[in-house]
Write a protein that binds this ligand. Structure first.
Ligand code: NAI
Ligand code: MG
Length: 353
């Protein structure tokens, strides 16, 4: 298959980890007989430096034509003094919005060789492998009005969802569950919120379209507890924007390392932006210390969710496992008896698997 991939390296360690992801994608293409073409565009601070704006038109145009997008990270101290509209993170928020990337997918997996780094007990985390599907472009974070009223004595935020917005994220979650263990937990606060009651209704309607998926409802407070007391219970969780923001950060502690967490923001037609959860890590940028695995696992998600290449994605994930099993790691992972290597060496090890 032929696929065109836009790379948005961005700032700090972004270029290092994006290069690592590209390398693994090239190896995968070779191995499976695909043709992947790459194009690099500016975003974030790098785009401000080169083109005076965090999200140049050319970048957006290239992304619209792409089959998949891999982003490194944006931001850093160099641009912190700039006014809001000129900040690097505007590039990232802008691209998600302009491309209509409404579904945020965050897989969280407890890699056996890293379980000691989790703040939770090994027996609790061991075997955990879950996916949080978060609605990304609606709800409380986007609702209008949002304002102070009555001489600053009152404040209002608005939570709105349309039926169509809920339907598309619920469809996405059922489809994601079909690619996994077919167990979907829909998380809401239906005992209090009207938006949650509509959410629950829609899940109940949609479940008839996916009879192979077992679905249940869980209140968000119960889900928050269960995530850290019994994470292996879950396969796929789906929830609205704010609940998803909080639960995905909570769940990220299961793995014990920011350098290991991939994510995707996708839309109905399969176009997606794939990026590590971590930021630009200015403290270690340019030193070849950055852990490339989150970016590599993000590229694997692109293979799975945008290109429908499950076997290829499995292969990349297995290579990451194998490298960790062999105890190779970057400085951020404290592996007892492990072999500490640079980011680029670790990426090579994954490619060679
Ligand atoms: P950060 O994720 O960049 O770094 C937090 C800590 O984790 C640092 O000590 C860093 O060295 C370490 N770290 C992160 N990724 C690593 C990796 N791959 N390998 C090894 N160590 C790693 O978060 P921080 O420091 O809060 O933010 C730094 C900049 O990144 C800020 O400008 C922030 O706005 C931006 N940022 C961008 C994001 C994005 O592009 N999606 C997300 C989060 C932050
Ligand atoms: Mg968050």
């Amino acid at each position: 298959m032929k696929k065109h991939i836009v790379l948005l390296p961005g700032d700090g360690i972004g270029p290092e980890v994006t290069k690592a992801a590209k390398r693994v994608l090239e190896t995968t293409a070779e191995q499976f007989g695909h043709t992947f073409t790459f194009e690099t565009q500016d975003i974030g601070g790098a785009a401000i430096d080169h083109q005076g704006t965090p999200l140049p038109e050319d970048t957006l145009a290239a992304c619209r034509k792409a089959d998949g997008i891999v982003l490194g990270a944006v931001g850093g101290p160099k641009w912190e003094h700039l006014p809001g509209h000129l900040r690097p993170e505007k590039g990232l928020l802008g691209i998600r919005k302009q491309l209509g990337l409404f579904a945020n997918l965050r897989p969280i997996k407890g890699f056996p060789s890293l379980l000691h780094a989790s703040p939770l007990k090994r027996e609790v985390v061991e075997g955990s492998d879950l996916l949080i599907v978060r609605e990304l472009t609606g709800g409380l974070y986007f609702g209008e009005p949002r304002e102070r009223r009555n001489q600053n004595t009152e404040v209002v935020d608005t939570l709105t969802y349309t039926r169509a917005e809920i339907e598309r994220i619920v469809d996405q979650a059922f489809q994601s569950a079909q690619l996994r263990r077919r167990h979907l937990t829909s998380v809401d606060k239906a005992n209090v919120l009207e938006s949650s009651r509509m959410w629950r209704e829609i899940v109940e309607e949609k479940k008839h379209d996916y009879p192979d998926v077992e679905v249940e409802h869980m209140l968000v407070d119960a889900a928050a507890m269960k995530l850290i007391t019994n994470p292996t219970y879950f396969d796929v969780l789906v929830t609205e924007n704010m609940f998803g923001d909080i639960l995905s950060d909570e769940a990220s502690v299961l793995t014990g390392s920011l350098g290991m967490l991939p994510s995707a923001s996708i839309r109905e037609d399969g176009l997606g932006l794939y990026e590590p959860v971590h930021g630009s890590a200015p403290d270690i940028a340019g030193q070849d210390k950055a852990n490339p695995l989150a970016a590599i696992l993000s590229a694997a998600m692109m293979l799975r969710y945008s290109f429908q290449m499950s076997e290829e994605a499995d292969e990349v994930e297995a290579a990451v496992h194998a490298v960790l099993q062999d105890k190779y790691h970057t400085a951020d992972l404290k592996v007892a008896g492990g072999i500490q290597v640079s980011g680029s060496v670790l990426a090579n090890k994954v490619s060679e698997q």
